[in-house]
Design a protein around this ligand. Structure first.
Ligand SMILES: Nc1ncnc2c1ncn2[C@@H]1O[C@H](COP(=O)(O)OP(=O)(O)OP(=O)(O)O)[C@@H](O)[C@H]1O
Length: 265
């Protein structure tokens, strides 16, 4: 049984961070994936974490949401150390997150309307008229109101991402996590999705965290950029600075060069 989390700030004071990771270590089968990672995600900002395939970007998102517990280190969400909370409090904290998974993670047996309505039907007492109003508003925002009766396999990859975005927004999350929103999309559709991310964030605010290996996405949408390599952030700061970094790995990765410390393995 836990008392009030010891790391919570005095009432009325906030750190301005939506999420903070401090010295987070996590291994799988003896192999370190996160190796003393520090990260501060500013409330209201769009933060992008870039890194090569298999560096632990998805593992990082799961730590941010409290789905994976670090072997060492702390994760604070809205100034609460989430592993000092009771399970019920942690579950309540997770409802403040929305997630857009790589493939949209839509239910194949449901049309788009029912996919977007699903969290409301499951987690709220709203009646069907109220649900319809909210779902239609979200589908309109992402330009899918005329496809509401379609199944996920009847629409394009870009439309599936947008439907996943609408579903991620439906519970009005304060923090929205995007796991490679651009994977599998061509450059034009990636750019259109990024425009949509920016316009919805501009209208509604909230804290967005994207993980991606697409530097164009990072350039376009980010306030802050972190670069993950070998379990740590080798760079973190305002987007403009990331692209001028003197670090050899950061420069190689962000400029897509074959020459540098990052090899084929
Ligand atoms: N539950 C798990 N059990 C064992 N190993 C895991 C688990 N989750 C992740 N890993 C390992 O952690 C490493 C990082 O995986 P992760 O999916 O976070 O990478 P990523 O950067 O998101 O990759 P990609 O860009 O290819 O999606 C991989 O080697 C993966 O096999």
């Amino acid at each position: 049984m836990h008392d009030e989390p010891t790391t919570r700030l005095p009432r009325g004071e906030t750190s301005g961070a939506a999420v903070e990771l401090e010295g987070v270590r996590r291994s799988f089968g003896g192999t370190p994936v996160l190796d003393g990672l520090d990260l501060r995600i500013t409330e209201g900002a769009i933060t992008t974490v870039l890194g090569p395939s298999g560096t632990g970007k998805s593992v990082l998102l799961k730590h941010i949401m409290g789905l994976l517990e670090p072997d060492e280190g702390r994760v604070r969400v809205f100034d609460q150390d989430i592993w000092q909370l009771r399970e019920s409090e942690r579950r309540a904290l997770r409802t403040r997150f929305g997630v857009l998974f790589q493939d949209g993670a839509l239910f194949g047996s449901m049309n788009l309307f029912d996919n977007v309505a699903f969290p409301l039907r499951r987690h709220t007492q709203l009646d069907e008229d109220e649900i319809e109003e909210k779902v239609m508003a979200r589908l309109r925002e992402v330009g899918l109101e005329s496809s509401l009766g379609k199944a996920p396999n009847e629409i394009s990859g870009g439309m599936r991402k947008r439907a996943g975005f609408a579903r991620a927004l439906i519970m009005e999350p304060e923090i929205l996590l995007f796991d490679e929103p651009d994977s599998g999309l061509d450059p034009v559709r990636t750019s259109l999705l990024n425009d949509l991310v920016l316009s919805i964030h501009g209208e509604q605010g909230g804290t967005y965290v994207l993980v991606t290996h697409d530097i164009h996405t990072a350039r376009k949408v980010s306030d802050d950029v972190g670069v993950l390599h070998e379990g740590r952030l080798v760079h973190f700061g305002p987007a403009a600075e990331a692209f001028d970094s003197g670090d050899a790995f950061v420069r190689q990765f962000l400029n897509g060069e074959s020459d540098g410390p990052l090899g084929m393995d």
